[in-house]
Design a protein. Structure first.
Length: 422
């Protein structure tokens, strides 16, 4: 068996378009902090002349600054380049039934502000758009940021996607959002470009833009909120599939004779392991219900109340598990085992060596999930003899989806549109 060392910058930039090359150079500068033209040439595999030309356009556009000199290595000292982080801003909005999160980031992806407000619940899409437009205007005003310097708004939504600009909601409670042109509506309300993506893709982009993962690595971010999704970064970009819905790990069928799932299949990861499943199981355990004071009566008509209730109950079960309640621990461990098995399949399918866990579902008992996944991959990943598979909690934390949505704006508009690809 041949082991291929991923010196991917060179491999990937061969045959790349001008826009892709410029995008990769912006990313190298961003992820390096400061870097010289010579280093850029070495790390990208491009000639010094090509690098000089690209850097000139980035300096002219004000995206990059020259910020001093590298340590002398005997010859002429090299000029260091840095991303001009205050040249622009992006807003990230994570829409969620229970809680919406807004973040403001600078050009480097560094968060300047993060706020959470009541979730979309049963509000109409039009009302949500009007509210988001107002909240974003207030956040920009609070920081004295001129709208002209805002590159765009990124929205992370639950559910499946119909790009560009529309989010198709996948459960009954979201039916009002089906076919609603969210991107267009928010652009009309804010006069800013809007990028729409699902929460898992955003979380993966957030990981990438936080500088933790270089653009040359392929990795997956598994995102758990009420359900479970997965964002795949391949070759420095989100892998989308035929209809922008790649990464539906929640519907990986793990038991052909398992409980039915709303998707029509059986034994899907989501019905076996997602917080909604754990909570349903907890509610059938009378002793656990009594011990944890779990409310078993919920108002079935209010989507926000139901989701908030699932989140709160799951957090209670997770906290009890961490504190050693055997009943709660058994439920969390079972969920973690299923998740670990699904991630094993994913890792084997794509030969991944990096996986991150993100989202509010991992907030309390994340370590339990992390250990279960690590154990499973260590024991059973097909390529474990060739390379280890690194699993970690997301560095971008609970605001991962909103931060990633802002990063999606930077990713789409900074590194591409400005390079002329639209
Ligand atoms: Zn399913």
């Amino acid at each position: 068996m041949v082991t291929v060392r991923p010196d991917a910058p060179i491999r990937r930039l061969k045959g790349a378009s001008v826009a892709e090359t410029r995008s990769a150079i912006v990313d190298l500068i961003r992820s390096s902090g400061t870097i010289s033209r010579t280093e850029l040439a070495e790390r990208s595999g491009l000639t010094n002349a090509t690098i000089s030309k690209i850097v000139r356009t980035l300096l002219d556009d004000g995206l990059v600054s020259e910020v001093g000199y590298a340590e002398s290595t005997g010859g002429k000292r090299a000029v260091l380049l840095e991303l001009n982080s205050t040249a622009g801003y992006a807003v990230g909005v994570a829409l969620d039934t229970a809680q919406d999160v807004y973040v403001l980031v600078d050009l480097s992806g560094r968060p300047i502000d993060a706020r959470s407000v009541a979730g979309t619940g049963t509000e109409s899409p039009e009302a949500v758009v009007a509210r988001v437009a107002r909240d974003v205007a207030v956040m920009l005003a609070d920081h004295g940021i001129d709208r002209d310097t805002v590159i765009g708004i990124g929205v992370a939504g639950e559910g499946r996607l119909d790009l560009p600009g529309r989010v198709l909601r996948s459960t009954d409670s979201w039916s009002e959002w089906d076919d609603f042109a969210l991107g267009h509506a928010l652009t009309a309300a804010t006069d800013l470009p809007v990028t729409v993506d699902n929460d898992a893709n955003c979380a993966a982009l957030g990981e990438f833009w936080s500088g933790r993962v270089p653009s040359t690595r392929d990795f997956a971010t598994v995102y758990m909120a009420t359900g479970i999704g997965c964002g795949l970064l391949v070759g420095g970009d989100v892998h989308r599939g035929a209809s922008s819905n790649a990464g539906e790990i929640g519907h990986m069928s793990l038991r052909w004779d398992g409980p039915p799932c709303w998707c029509g299949s059986r034994g899907c990861l989501e019905v076996l392991a997602a917080p909604v499943a754990v909570v349903a199981r907890a509610r059938t355990d009378a002793a656990l219900v009594a011990r944890l004071g779990i409310d078993t009566t919920t108002d079935g008509d209010d989507a926000r109340a139901v989701t908030a209730d699932v989140r709160a109950t799951f957090a209670r079960v997770a906290a009890a598990a961490v504190q050693g309640d055997t009943g709660a621990l058994a439920l969390v461990e079972e969920s973690a085992e299923y998740l670990a098995r699904a991630i094993l399949n994913l890792v084997n399918l794509l030969d991944l060596d990096e996986v991150y866990l993100a989202g509010p579902g991992f907030a309390t008992a994340g370590e339990r999930y992390l250990r279960a996944v690590q154990r499973e991959l260590h024991a059973h990943a097909v390529m474990r003899g060739t390379h280890p598979v690194h699993v970690a909690m997301s560095a971008v934390g609970r605001d991962a989806a909103a931060l990633g949505a802002a990063a999606a704006v930077l990713h789409a508009r900074l590194t591409r549109t400005r390079a002329g690809r639209g």
